[in-house]
Design a protein around this ligand. Sequence first.
Ligand SMILES: NC(=O)C1=CN([C@@H]2O[C@H](COP(=O)(O)OP(=O)(O)OC[C@H]3O[C@@H](n4cnc5c(N)ncnc54)[C@H](O)[C@@H]3O)[C@@H](O)[C@H]2O)[C@@H](O)CC1
Ligand SMILES: [K+]
Length: 510
Amino acid sequence: MRYAFTVAQTRALEEAAFAVVGGAALMQRAAHGLSVRAADLLAADRGAVYGARVVVLVGPGNNGGDALYAGQRLARRGCAVTAVQALGRPHAAGLAALLAAGGRLIGGDRFHDQDLAAADLVIDGVLGIGGRPGLPDDLAALIAGAEARRIPIVAVDLPSGVDTDTGQAPEGSVRATRTVTFGTFKPCHLIEPAASRCGQLDLVDIGLDESRTVPALAAWEPEDVAAHWPVPGPTSDKYARGVVGVDTGSQVYPGAGVLSTCGAVHGGAGMVRFLGAPRSAEIIVRDLPNVVFGEGRVQSWLVGSGWGDRADGDDVIAGLVAEGLPLVIDADGLRYLPAALPGNVLLTPHAGELARLLGIERAEVSADPATAVRRAADDTGATVLLKGATQLVAAAGVETVEVAVPGPAWTGQAGSGDVLGGLCAAVLAAGVGTRTAAVLAASVQAMAAARFPGPIPPQQLARHCASVIGEFSAALLHDLLGFVGSARSVDRAKPTRSSRSGPHGRDGRR
Ligand SMILES: NC(=O)C1=CN([C@@H]2O[C@H](COP(=O)(O)OP(=O)(O)OC[C@H]3O[C@@H](n4cnc5c(N)ncnc54)[C@H](O)[C@@H]3O)[C@@H](O)[C@H]2O)[C@@H](O)CC1
Ligand SMILES: [K+]
């Protein structure tokens, strides 16, 4: 799990550390970590650090200070370091240190695109957490020149130009090969479009203590998903895996009914009970013969996908909310919400639907999705999964927004949302809490798309989700039966008791 803290939180953490070790020490730790990673990149790219030509773009704040001190360290290792005064006046002590180590400073107005031609590395120390979004045009053009020449760019703390707290990335923001951040991650490292401008992310420990601060974001990683996915135990039956009740689709949109059912089936539901549009049912009975029809036991509900206008929408949703089972409300179902909802109701809007829910413009959601999703949860009382490039989950009254594992944009197609609703309902039916279920489902779809990239239709991607989930199960079995591989490859000996229950088993590790 990666935790991110806002600028205000980071500043408070830094203040606390200053009080103990002083600001200069923190900057030296940051500069050291930065120079080591920059040197690694040079060594990997050109075989040696010595003799490399490094351009350091320097802004007016401490971000530039970090970059200048890192430049000093690289100069001491034999690099030719040119600091470019990209914005404002550079950090005085950092500049003095660089000059004393043999580096040089050149004014931004005297440094042009062609001067980059010989550079092996650009260090972006223009703006850090004190930066306002956006860069001046001439600087953006210089950075674009470095990108066009494929010169590796190491961003100091974050790619200059992005909005640290919201993850927005105005045109011209730096697109880094690698971002070396200090102390904690910030939202821009985890939220698109800024996240993908960071390149490879490195976190340098500078001694901040964030243990008593509630993070703004908690980003899941594939290992977290594998560890939390509800895998059936040896005695699980279909009711332990869970029965999903589905009321989706319509005469006009039968496919949504099929796809949401497909998501529930491939998400691991023990049984799926389809009670939606008859036209969807005609297809489901042919393509997914394991699905049952008609009333009966249900452990979670999924409604709304492909409903279109539905005269009884209010009543259907009010009835299911009153029933109290975990409930996923997707797409058109979001038009029929009662005034207040419990936390075991999961809303799954995309940005446009979330904007309508909040009575704001879609652009406002895109400008700060984490704030928007948290507001929606607080306003409705429900748990909210915002679908899109970054998938965020918020629960009412909970400060931390969860970030699902990211995936490629191939999932951005009609039908992905329907499948995702089904995946969510399947995890809920297995008894997983609402917030976790939403993150797991969104993550698994992204992981499947990453594993099988390309223009794969949503129903096929649902099958790939099943493969990814199968691997969680296989990993669990491997942990439990860890002897199998070694027994086969070594001497085909029968497993011993100790090899089944040794200290490195699943429970020992987690
Ligand atoms: N505070 C700390 O404890 C530490 C900070 N560190 C570094 O310090 C950075 C933060 O330093 P600062 O607070 O000085 O902030 P920045 O270095 O981000 O720069 C802030 C300065 O840039 C100007 N500015 C902001 N946006 C601009 C824009 N779009 N165009 C032109 N000028 C703009 C501001 O007016 C201000 O003068 C961190 O990102 C990190 O790199 C590290 O040294 C570790 C320790
Ligand atoms: K930067």
